[in-house]
Design a protein. Structure first.
Length: 282
């Protein structure tokens, strides 16, 4: 497959409305802005709102403007595209004996093999989001020369361990488990001496993973953009009031046409679209 990253990202985006970070150790931060590479599907960073000067004197270091961070309600976050079924195995951790090995998570996947499919597992997810503050709206409006047409990272889901898998259009069963060395306690998970290790059985497709109790991987993020009228002067917006609040922004659509099983833009879709919307060359 020519663009494995784009195909994986597209599959995850289709079921979550969030973008997969093909290289989770690479930091993507709330407030980042940029574009999406059409060939790879990866985010191309251009800057960050927290480092962007503005004409309103807004202090982005104000604690009330800091990204909002909170723990997830569950120890894991599992994403699976169409064609994948999962079964989480109940694991009973061993007694917290120093140096002991515990199974923190075990998931069995089944891929039906009809089409390429993807799965993403995150352990101990944390949710970081852009605060809903009017001053951020003011910041954007003050710098259309820099920010107009850009995509903004409004949410990041980070974790201490992740696993990414994409099948190669083959019916298969795939099992993955996360082992921890040392006692599994909140204090340890926050940065103590515990160690994480992934173990996978029967890997036939593309497999990537990372685990480090002191690291912060960023496998998933949300991209938003203000609606078109956001950038228009109020006198050109018409009679209907427009709510510019961040939670009213639009999700970013992929810049590519629907992808075929090989991750290429579908030629059949292109042909049909050209018939429905022919170019006026006159």
């Amino acid at each position: 497959m020519k663009y494995e990253s784009r195909k994986f990202i597209d599959l995850i985006l289709g079921v979550t409305s969030k973008w997969a970070n093909w290289d989770p150790p690479r930091p993507i931060s709330v407030g980042d802005y940029g574009m999406i590479n059409n060939e790879t599907g990866e985010f191309e960073w251009e800057g960050n709102l927290y480092k962007t000067t503005n004409t309103f004197g807004i202090n982005m270091m104000d604690p009330e403007l800091h990204p909002v961070e909170q723990e997830g309600g569950d120890d894991k976050y599992i994403v699976k595209s169409l064609g994948v079924s999962t079964k989480e195995v109940n694991v009973s951790a061993e007694a917290d004996v120093p140096g002991g090995v515990n199974i923190a998570l075990k998931v069995n996947f089944q891929f039906d093999g009809r089409k390429p499919a993807a799965a993403l597992v995150m352990y101990k997810p944390r949710y970081i989001s852009l605060p809903k503050d009017e001053r951020i709206i003011m910041l954007l409006k003050s710098r259309p020369d820099v920010l107009k047409g850009k995509y903004v990272v409004t949410e990041v889901i980070s974790c201490a361990a992740y696993m990414m898998y994409m099948s190669n259009q083959m019916a298969e069963k795939f099992s993955v488990s996360l082992k921890t060395t040392g006692p599994v306690t909140p204090a340890v998970n926050a940065g103590g001496a515990a160690g994480f290790t992934w173990s996978a059985e029967t890997v036939c497709g593309l497999y990537r993973e990372g685990s480090n109790s002191t690291a912060k991987y960023m496998p998933l993020y949300r991209l938003k953009q203000p609606r078109h009228k956001f950038w228009l002067p109020f006198g050109q917006r018409g009679d209907q009031p427009i709510d510019d609040a961040i939670d009213k922004w639009e999700d970013v659509d992929p810049p590519w046409d629907p992808l075929d099983d090989e991750g290429e833009e579908d030629e059949i879709y292109d042909a049909v679209r050209s018939q429905l919307f022919p170019l006026d060359l006159a």
